[in-house]
Design a protein around this ligand. Structure first.
Ligand SMILES: *Cc1c(COP(=O)(O)O)cnc(C)c1O
Length: 420
């Protein structure tokens, strides 16, 4: 246990210079912490001044294999010395191999479209759903898309409109038409009331990430599957955060016993490099015909080579076993801390996607606690103002997790003692 008061962390001259320049030159849409991260290994990262941090956020569910994974490094090294980019006018080997791997692992998909990010994968899925309906002769007013309160699907104009949280949309109106929100996630009656033949797709996260780490309840995705089938709509599962092993299976929807029509991936797919994917099942596999959609960088061979190494490793039983083991340990560790400090009203999630919701008295303080944790040497995320969010690398070791929890507890003790 660290001693009170908080560790003093002196920023060196270079860190200070860079932070000042970052604040000066960047559009102020982010609020980066007072440090310059410099390198990482496994589940630990270091700043320029030599301070180490246990990484319990994986750069928001991206670095699922930790930092400097040897297989990812080897894939990057090999492909980076061969060919960097060709555009989609030409075939290259890595994205073909990656598409094959994704289709064969998915159990439903027939075809894949590669993007550069999660938002672009969802943007592709929105366009696919609209075109699917159009091909069936449905007019634009019968091409509505439903999403759930608390969802997060991206920041482009269409995906932020799909994101059913007003805080992300305010000031960006007029937003695109054709999006309908279901006010209550996990409520059968609420969604049933909205579904008719004017709906072309339902988007759902198997575990809502940004919205507070809220898992879909047992049977809910099955219910959505049945509703979609009834009206001929596509069930689109956004696995950008929950997918690729994080919740204990390669795809989170596997645990719900359904076959989606479309699944979107990004974040962990490239292990730290930008790549997204849209996986499409039978029904809509051929909707996006020549010329209907595209992107310059999507399926770039360097990204795809690293992503193939990433998916191959994330699909192994060793990863699933570690997710189970460390997920249990993380949950137990947080429960033990909470038994002592009483700050959380609920600890929830699946696998290594865990949220700890603050009790009413401490509502709104997740950001302060995350910053205190950083000062103690552990990086934790928030999911809104009331929930601490933990998304450690899926390869985190016993020792790293124990140290991360120890530092997090020290931060909570300081928070309680009022030393912020
Ligand atoms: C992060 C995220 C996105 C957006 O991905 P970007 O790569 O940031 O565009 C979409 N959906 C979910 C569930 C996410 O967590």
């Amino acid at each position: 246990m660290s001693e009170l008061p908080p560790k003093t962390h002196n920023l060196g001259a270079l860190s200070q210079e860079l932070i000042a320049k970052g604040r000066h030159y960047y559009v102020p849409n982010y609020k980066p912490r007072e440090m310059i991260l410099d390198h990482g290994k496994g589940s630990t990262v270091w700043d320029l001044d030599g301070q180490d941090y246990i990484d319990l956020g994986s750069g928001i569910a991206v670095c699922s294999l930790g930092h400097q994974d040897p297989d990812l490094l080897a894939a990057l090294d090999t492909q980076s010395r061969k060919l960097w980019h060709t555009s989609n006018i030409f075939f290259t080997e890595p994205p073909i191999r990656l598409a094959e791997k994704l289709v064969e692992s998915s159990g439903f998909a027939k075809k894949v479209f590669f993007s550069n990010s999660g938002a672009e994968a969802n943007e592709a899925a929105i366009k696919l759903a609209r075109k699917y309906a159009a091909d069936q002769g449905k007019p634009p007013e019968k091409r509505n898309i439903i999403s759930f309160n608390g969802s997060f699907h991206g920041r482009t104009l269409a995906t932020v409109t799909l994101t059913a949280q007003p805080k992300y949309q305010i000031g960006f109106e007029p937003t695109p038409a054709g999006f309908i929100y279901c006010d209550i996630f996990n409520d059968e009656a609420a969604i049933e009331a909205l579904v008719d033949d004017s709906i072309c797709a339902i988007f759902v996260e198997p575990v809502q990430g940004e919205g507070g780490v809220m898992p879909a309840k047992a049977g809910f995705l099955k219910h959505l599957r049945a509703l979609c089938d009834k009206v001929g709509a596509l069930l689109i599962v956004d696995e950008i955060q929950a997918g690729l092993g994080r919740t204990g299976t390669l795809f989170a929807y596997e645990q719900d016993g359904i076959k989606p029509d479309v699944v979107t991936l990004a974040k962990a797919l490239g292990g730290g490099l930008p790549i997204g994917a849209m996986l499409v099942g039978d029904k809509a596999a051929d909707v996006l015909q020549f010329g209907t959609h595209g992107t310059t960088f999507g399926g770039n061979p360097v990204m795809a080579a690293v992503a193939l190494a990433s998916v191959t490793k994330l699909a192994t039983p060793a990863i699933a076993a570690n997710v189970k083991k460390q997920g249990d340990a993380l949950r137990k560790g947080l429960e033990a801390i909470n038994a002592e400090l009483g700050l959380f009203k609920e600890i929830r999630g699946r696998g290594l996607m865990i949220g700890a919701e603050l009790v009413a008295e401490h509502a709104g303080k997740s950001g302060d606690i995350s910053e205190l944790a950083r000062k103690e040497g552990t990086l934790v995320l928030v999911a809104g103002p009331n929930v601490m969010r933990f998304l450690p690398p899926l390869v985190i070791t016993d020792a790293e997790l124990a140290e991360g929890l120890k530092r997090f507890k020290a931060a909570l003790m300081k928070y309680k003692a009022g030393i912020a």
